[in-house]
Design a protein around this ligand. Structure first.
Ligand SMILES: [Zn+2]
Length: 415
């Protein structure tokens, strides 16, 4: 492997030990991490990171949603920074790498730049995006959404967790536990944004590749399907008079599974919730509601298949009525141009095996891409397991992703 100039300063042992340190905060008996947004564990992790930043003399700032920006200064004080980071929070009983890897890799790059005495035109910043996971407040990417579109802030502040605590109060409580930091404005200029992350899927490991150059974050469409029949007595109602919503739902789901079957296995189609009313043993079910979570990296496919749901459901509904409601749609985010090109060039220069791939999961970069050129770097994770205490990655892959990130950030910071 021909090492680039900055990549040689990435310290695999230091980066790994930082993961080990971080994984102690919110550690679960099964080897995972339980560190929900804005909780004392989240706060403690940030203090640990800020302590490391302090020891290096890096300046840190915080915005109104608690996003933290750790800056290594550039030569041109007025130049917009290159930023790189991810989230410090986890899902309930999550893993040791989802999110935190992107922060620690970016921080490792700052330290490597210091060790190498590298000077860049632009500042480079390691970023902590608040509340990326939906585990506490039901919706995710709160920090990156507010940073990119401050008009969302009032609605985000009013969101509440299961105990009734608002985001506003949760952020305030966290800030009380942090050292005093400089204020960063939402939507302050950003030149480029890069996020390193574990793949959270099995492809890199299965293909024997070290680096994923991410081409897109696939779009999603969420639907609610209501099948309306008529409740009746299970003993007295003959079959010819029944409008049984469960009996109708079974062929509807079979028809939808056929519609969404994809020989290439790229379509992601999930029925994650089914409610039956009244859900009583001796009552013919009068009503069924089920959800569809449909994802695909290609907008045309999202439109085409999503548009056929209602027709297919009606075809199979028998005597029942069907109502299809789209709850939410997010478009595919494409990563194109200078950032993925710089990631690719760095990967090739360092001699790592790689593949281009879309991301199946959402990430903070989906929102950052709305305001600046953006890209993502994936590394393999064990069996593709994520959002799980068993989540794992190797020190070598963790360091490889950081080396690619280092080359990428320095190159972008000199543009
Ligand atoms: Zn994540």
């Amino acid at each position: 492997m021909t090492a680039g100039s900055i990549a040689a300063y990435i310290d695999e042992a230091r980066l790994w030990s930082r993961h080990v340190e971080m994984a102690k905060i919110g550690a679960t008996p099964a080897g995972g991490v339980h560190r929900l947004a804005f909780t004392p564990e989240d706060t403690l992790s940030r203090r640990l990171l800020l302590g490391w930043a302090d020891a290096r003399g890096f300046q840190s700032q915080i915005d109104d949603l608690g996003n933290i920006f750790i800056r290594r200064a550039g030569i041109d004080a007025d130049a917009a920074p290159v930023i790189s980071g991810s989230h410090i929070d986890t899902q309930p009983k999550g893993g040791r790498f989802d999110g935190i890897y992107g922060i620690l890799a970016a921080f490792e790059v700052l330290e490597a730049m210091d060790d190498a005495g590298v000077k860049t035109r632009r500042p480079v910043e390691a970023v902590v995006w608040s509340a990326e996971e939906s585990g506490r407040f039901d919706i995710g990417c709160l920090g990156s959404q507010a940073f990119v579109d401050p008009s969302k802030l009032p609605a985000i502040f009013e969101k509440r967790d299961g105990d009734g605590t608002s985001v506003r109060d949760a952020v305030a409580a966290m800030k009380r536990g942090l050292p005093k930091l400089g204020q960063r404005a939402f939507r302050s200029p950003v030149a480029y944004c890069v996020e390193a992350h574990i793949e959270q899927g099995p492809e890199l490991e299965a293909q024997g590749k070290t680096i994923g150059v991410v081409t897109a974050i696939q779009g999603q469409r969420f639907f609610k399907i209501e099948v309306v029949g008529e409740a009746g007595h299970a003993g007295n109602t003959p079959e010819r008079l029944r409008k049984d919503a469960v009996t109708a739902t079974i062929p509807i789901i079979a028809g939808l599974r056929k519609l969404f079957h994809d020989p290439a296995d790229i379509v992601r189609f999930t029925i994650g919730r089914i409610d039956v009313v009244p859900n009583a043993m001796a009552v013919i079910p009068g009503y069924v509601m089920f959800t569809i979570d449909f994802r695909h990296p290609d907008e045309a496919t999202l439109t085409r298949l999503g548009g056929q749901i209602e027709t297919v459901a009606r075809e199979h509904a028998g005597p029942c009525d069907v109502k299809v409601t789209e709850i939410r749609r997010s478009k595919t985010t494409y990563f194109e141009g200078v950032v993925p090109e710089t990631i690719l060039a760095a990967t090739e220069r360092l001699g790592y095996s790689y593949m281009h791939m879309p991301s199946g999961a959402g990430h903070d970069c989906r929102y950052l891409a709305e305001m600046c050129p953006t890209g993502m770097i994936f590394i393999p994770c064990w069996k593709g397991i994520s959002h799980n205490e068993a989540e794992d990655a190797t020190p070598a892959d963790v360091a490889a992703g950081a080396r690619v990130l280092a080359e990428t950030l320095v190159s972008l910071a000199n543009r």
